[in-house]
Design a protein around this ligand. Sequence first.
Ligand SMILES: [Zn+2]
Ligand SMILES: [Zn+2]
Length: 409
Amino acid sequence: MTKLKDNDVFHKLKGLDPVLHDTVLSIYEELVQIRRDFRKHPELSFQEYRTASIVGDYLRRWGYDVEEEVGDTGVIGLLQGEEEGKVFGLRADMDALPMNDEIEQDYKSINEGAAHTCGHDMHMANLLGVAKVFSILGLKKGTLKLIFQPAEEIGVGAKRMIDQGALENPKMDMMAGLHVHPTVGVGKFSISASTYSGAAADFFQLDVHGKGGHAAYPHLTVDPVTITSQILVAFQQIVSRKVNPIDSAVISVGNINGGTKNNIIPEKVTVKGTVRTLDPEVRELVSSHMKKIASSIAESYGGSCDLQYNYGPPSIKIDEDAKQLFIESAIELFGKETIKYSQPSMGGEDFSSFSQEVPSFFFRLGTNSGKSTAYSNHNPKFNVDERALLYGVTILTHLTDKFLNKEAF
Ligand SMILES: [Zn+2]
Ligand SMILES: [Zn+2]
């Protein structure tokens, strides 16, 4: 996978800036080694100590000012251009998933119960690639701010970095982020056709309280099991009858717990689930109807309920100027057939916390070139075609350059 063949398509891409092209090719092998080292030594959310120190060391070596422990284990690298100008930010996440790695490669995880099966190793290698290209070619104008974020998988790392000052000193004028994806071919980029790219990912716990008793005499009890069943069916009516069909919402229950035995009506049933929405107004509509419906159904049967609704990261908001700049960059470098337009994902991605504060763009970087790279993110066999690094580094570098040198913004 690592060695580039002489006839690899990247060698002969038309329209590509030849200096950028050759520079990216010259560091490809090094980036592959960096990526494999991260894959071999994954670390879970907020435990990215080795990872963060490696990132910091590379950035310092390549002439960046480095700030560490932002958001506990996050790292920020800053490169000042020769001339003053705007600030462009790029973000990669660093954490691995709590699962075992099942790839058959010598760079398989050596840390039991931790695996880079979401591809955050690739995200870091991409950003370090951009860092290295600018350290070789220099940055003429403006400032590049590279943000290496912890704990994306638990949805709080971006927020933690923001709370600890990541948006200040200097403030960013525009930002971009990416995720590697097995549904997109290597050499291609998937971008959302909508204003949103990823969903707000909220979690809830519903406790339905009744009055327990013998299952043969239900009239003497308040049965939280039947009440819960009605509430869960009614929740789906929020999606089908309250949300505008043009908008999107998902209410899914992943866990129901209540009772001990066939003939005992329990005192309580607990339900755990998640809500996914794109539009903030739909998000509010869904959560307020869930509360109303759950309590009115419970009360109408003599029971009661508590709905604990926890707001997770918001949806990823796409800035139209940033999107246009990305599209222009991709077309200039690789031609328009390289862009694939897709529906926004209902998955959560906490880059969204940055996108609420800074005009941002988010895209999927294609990593699929056959069976071994077709496993979905979070599958124990997830792996990538590493040639995606060539495309990721090239586009992010070009995008940065274009933004920092464009007068219109
Ligand atoms: Zn993930
Ligand atoms: Zn991920």
